[in-house]
Ligand binder design. Structure first.
Ligand code: SF4
Length: 250
């Protein structure tokens, strides 16, 4: 159970708890802690995340599967906020896969320039539009195997679109936040997104794959940030033995 105080802590208020390990690695107690992969620990992590971030959803603005596909391609090495600034004009100018397939690369590049890597991204979204139109009758396909045929789409984008739009649990989205938090929470020791995903798929029940990734992304953005995690404000703190904690209760 999360206390009201604990749930509140993710909203941005600094905790008033005294720091026990600020700036130092948390000390582990070998032999005393349960296995990091014990089913009851995994269950507790899922439970806390669900209660801390009820209704967590994909932060990329979209109105259909195609817009989410494009937005996710554009989000590589770019913030969702930046992508959300660019997509309204992009989809106003080229509202359908057919229109985007017929667009010129310079036109697309100009519209998405601020998302970075815009030349490659323009090629990807135009190429993806062409495949959707020519091979899938203008509709984003609903299997991982098929969606991976779109240029610029790898498993992460496939999982985002299949999970967030079609509600199909095809795998676990592994972005930079899911990668970092999964390692801090000792759910994996892997460093490649593909291998991290395979570990998570084995640990997390399939009906939680979609929400788990959304919740972990929220937690990574708000609390378990990369450089200085806000451990004193973290609802998972009691379950976390990460070596780069900034505060610990145990
Ligand atoms: S305790 Fe700290 S390192 Fe562990 S999950 Fe929470 S914020 Fe991240």
């Amino acid at each position: 159970m999360i206390t009201k105080k604990a749930a509140k802590s993710v909203t941005g208020k600094l905790s008033e708890k005294p720091a026990k390990a600020v700036g130092t690695a948390a000390k582990k107690k070998p032999g005393k802690a349960a296995s990091p992969l014990a089913p009851e620990r995994i269950h507790a992590i899922l439970d806390i995340l669900r209660k801390t971030y009820p209704g967590a959803v994909c932060a990329l603005h979209h109105r259909n599967a195609w817009e989410l596909t494009v937005a996710t391609i554009l989000s590589a090495q770019c913030t969702d906020v930046r992508v959300n600034l660019v997509t309204p004009e992009l989809f106003k100018t080229f509202p359908t896969p057919k229109a985007m397939a017929a667009a010129s690369l310079p036109e697309l590049e100009e519209l998405i320039r601020t998302t970075g890597f815009y030349r490659n991204k323009a090629k990807s979204i135009k190429g993806a539009a062409k495949v959707v139109v020519e091979k899938f009758d203008g509709k984003v396909p609903q299997t991982m195997e098929e969606i991976l045929e779109l240029p610029g789409v790898a498993r992460k984008t496939g999982n985002v679109v299949l999970g967030s739009w079609f509600k199909i649990p095809s795998g676990v989205v592994v972005d930079t936040h899911v990668m970092r938090l999964s390692r801090r929470l000792e759910l994996t020791t892997q460093t490649s997104p593909e291998k991290v995903e395979q570990d998570l798929i084995k640990l997390i029940p399939k009906d939680s794959w979609i929400d788990f990734a959304h919740e972990l992304i929220y937690h990574g953005r708000q609390v378990c940030i990369a450089r200085k995690p806000r451990c004193a404000d973290c609802t998972l703190e009691k379950l976390c033995n990460s070596s780069d904690k900034t505060w610990t209760s145990h």
